[in-house]
Design a protein around this ligand. Structure first.
Ligand SMILES: [Zn+2]
Length: 71
């Protein structure tokens, strides 16, 4: 696995997060040995999530419009 920031080599590592609001204290993740980037399963889940599509609708006179939703 390579770092998405610097393309450096990433290693499996264990992390302790005392502020984790998911209830986990110890978790497994990936750490870049080059820049220190940490990727944990929660980060991966968010990164792989499909971003919301722009909302599309029609005005009364049936012109199509779209509004970008803030992520
Ligand atoms: Zn890196």
């Amino acid at each position: 696995m390579h770092c998405q920031r610097c393309r450096g080599y990433m290693i499996r590592d264990s992390f302790v997060d005392l502020r984790d609001d998911t209830g986990r204290v110890l978790f497994e993740g990936w750490r870049c040995i080059n820049c220190g980037e940490v990727v944990d399963p929660v980060v991966l889940t968010h990164r792989m999530a499909i971003p919301p599509k722009p909302y599309r609708g029609q005005t009364r006179d049936r012109r199509t419009w779209e509004r970008l939703t803030a992520a």
